[in-house]
Design a protein around this ligand. Structure first.
Ligand code: AQP
Length: 336
């Protein structure tokens, strides 16, 4: 239900694999706490996902799983608009227009483009380069006030704001200029195998990530194997102890305890004990999500209906902004 007195939130995730604890703590967990206060649109950004080559059947399955993981994590699909990006053609139409107001120089400064093009150097496609213009379209289409994301997406938010301000300065107040929302803890969860790299769902090393769907034994095993150091002190020191600092950050994001409280709690204790405790709180955090996901998987008709209804709601809202933009740039209307 859209409430005109509430501000609007838009955010999304790519169905480019099973989502990780990083995606969950950096974004999804915050989304669930914001849903009462805002009108929220949570998108499955499948159009972004094809900037890296995807197997079609796997992409279809991952997209549906992601939608169910949103709901299983606590997002209400009646109150929020949860939908597939590819079901709302206005995303692509606005992205094209915004591409014409975005400069090559600013796109080539994007860290994600640099990282992904070096990782997938056999497929450096134009979509990967213009990804931020599509992301700007996603956000601006809904006159979004706030965008809750992890730190890695902050640069894309800044370019979105620049594009909106540039467009508004030519055509008047067409777009709301959105603010970024970063959670207090968990905004950047690092790989368990290389704590200098962020945890990513497309990482080929399965031990580097905790997936939202990992069973308890797997979670314990992965935390036990996580890379730490030889200081043997549970202290938050990202420079010298990036691995243990990452585990403290995870523990803090899950429990809500401050870093100081955690350091005090584990003073004099070994890494083995601490790793087990981190595993324990993560297992308990994910348990209800996994149970709800199992239930949802059995109710295909319910999920189909959510997909259908939410696509209608998102299309309706998106068209309002798209029509306005088309008119502003001078596209002629179809005669009545
Ligand atoms: N490691 C992370 N820590 C905190 N937040 C994170 N996010 C991603 N990784 C971390 C946040 O999750 C949301 C969804 O991201 P996305 O799917 O749009 O793309 P991404 O940022 O590229 O995520 P991945 O997991 O790294 O995907 P792949 O491997 O496909 O590139 C965003 O809000 C992001 O900030």
């Amino acid at each position: 239900m859209i409430n005109m007195n509430k501000k609007t939130i838009f955010s999304g995730m790519q169905p480019s694999g099973v989502i990780t604890l990083g995606n969950y703590l950096g974004a999804l967990k915050n989304w669930t706490t914001l849903q009462d206060e805002y009108n929220c649109l949570y998108c499955i950004v499948d159009m972004h996902a094809i900037t890296v080559r995807q197997d079609p059947a796997t992409l279809r399955k991952s997209s549906r799983n992601l939608l169910m993981q949103y709901i299983a994590s606590g997002l209400n699909p009646e109150e929020n608009i949860i939908y597939y990006q590819s079901h709302v053609p206005a995303h692509a139409e606005l992205a094209w227009i915004l591409n014409c107001y975005t400069y090559m120089g600013e796109l080539s400064r994007m860290t994600q483009f640099k990282e992904k093009s070096s990782k997938h150097n056999e497929n450096i496609n134009a979509g990967l380069f213009t990804y931020p213009a599509l992301m700007a379209a996603d956000i601006l289409l809904f006159q979004t006030d706030v965008v809750p994301v992890g730190i890695d997406q902050k640069q894309h938010l800044e370019i979105t704001r620049d594009i909106a301000i540039r467009f508004n300065s030519i055509y008047g107040d067409v777009f709301k200029v959105p603010e970024v929302y970063l959670g207090k803890a968990g905004a950047k969860i690092m790989s368990l195998q290389d704590p200098l790299r962020k945890m990513s769902k497309s990482d080929s090393d399965v031990n580097a990530t905790i997936s939202l769907m990992d069973d308890p034994d797997t979670i314990v095993r992965k935390f036990k194997r996580s890379v730490t150091d030889s200081f043997a002190k549970v202290t938050f020191d990202e420079q010298n102890q990036p691995g243990i600092s990452n585990l403290i950050n995870i523990y803090s994001a899950v429990t809500g305890d401050s870093i100081e409280t955690i350091e005090r709690e584990f003073e004099g204790k070994g890494y083995g004990d601490f790793k087990l405790k981190v595993a324990e709180v993560v297992i308990e955090e994910l348990r209800p999500i996994q149970q709800k996901f199992e239930e949802l998987s059995k109710d295909s008709a319910y999920i189909d209906n959510i997909i259908k209804e939410n696509a209608k709601r998102a299309n309706y809202l998106a068209m309002k902004t798209l029509r306005k933009v088309q008119k502003k740039v001078g596209f002629p209307p179809i005669p009545k």
